[in-house]
Design a protein around this ligand. Sequence first.
Ligand SMILES: Cc1cc2nc3c(=O)[nH]c(=O)nc-3n(C[C@H](O)[C@H](O)[C@H](O)COP(=O)(O)OP(=O)(O)OC[C@H]3O[C@@H](n4cnc5c(N)ncnc54)[C@H](O)[C@@H]3O)c2cc1C
Ligand code: FES
Length: 270
Amino acid sequence: MQKFDEIAPIVSNTNLIGDYYLITFKAEKIAKTAQPGQFVHVKVPSLKNCVLRRPFSIYNTDAEAGTVSVIYKVVGQGTEQLCTVQAGTELDVMGPLGIGFSNPAEKFPIIVAGGYGCAATYMQAKISNKKGIVIIGGRTEGDLLLEKEFADQGYEVLVSTNDGSKGTKGFVTTVLKDVLDKSQAGNGPALSDIEIYSCGPNPMLKAVGEMGLEYGIDSELSIDEHMCCGVGACFTCVCKTKTDKNEDGWRYSRTCNEGPVYRASTVHWD
Ligand SMILES: Cc1cc2nc3c(=O)[nH]c(=O)nc-3n(C[C@H](O)[C@H](O)[C@H](O)COP(=O)(O)OP(=O)(O)OC[C@H]3O[C@@H](n4cnc5c(N)ncnc54)[C@H](O)[C@@H]3O)c2cc1C
Ligand code: FES
């Protein structure tokens, strides 16, 4: 798969909600070729002494304008610097990287997302012909992202919060179980017609993947591991995937170039 290293002038970089920011930069080649679920690897300009890039999922692209957008949460040194960078500054951006979600079949999409996972799944929602259900979860109402944007794409948006401040009190899997139970009872699309795409914290992905399999659905999960090179050279980013080629039954897979998206049935959770 082709990847590019582009010098990308920032078009805008603004606060979205809480600690989340939306950054848009001009990177024509990445904008033309990016697929849903792929990511970019960004050198933060003001971290001159730090050579490590930061990986961010591609939230949206505009091929005509040649722009790429990312939603990022400020969590540490790199993102603290990134949110201070002004429009016009040039970013060094590598991408599009990784293997994203598969081309959506004519199935009923259910997207399950937490935190920046909403951004990582948005393009998949956008390109799918059928518009299904998006389940967004967060600790509290302030953690919920892109409700309106998914609804504008024609999706039914259901939310869960741990503290009950909005939507169902509990986890995204509480809502997912309800949706799948309805289908099983004949009050929704047939289970065999459903495809689940998910991105969020790994415990959430494990729960979503296992629940899908209980209903006979092999979900696509975008797995987040810490990354260094981003191109398959350093093995920082590994997760365990199943194999029948050794006694352990698993091997290390580099999420940066064999993932980040995996079928639930192939992931070996510890
Ligand atoms: C494929 C992929 C896609 C991603 N997409 C997005 C995105 O769209 N939006 C977004 O906000 N973030 C995304 N991340 C996470 C993002 O890369 C990290 O939050 C960022 O690198 C932190 O950089 P920092 O210098 O601010 O924090 P650091 O100072 O490096 O770390 C601060 C804290 O964040 C934690 N952290 C660092 N990297 C990760 C990580 N990969 N996963 C979980 N915790 C981490 C550290 O353990 C530490 O506790 C993605 C990660 C991957 C691997
Ligand atoms: S980040 Fe280096 S191999 Fe994946």
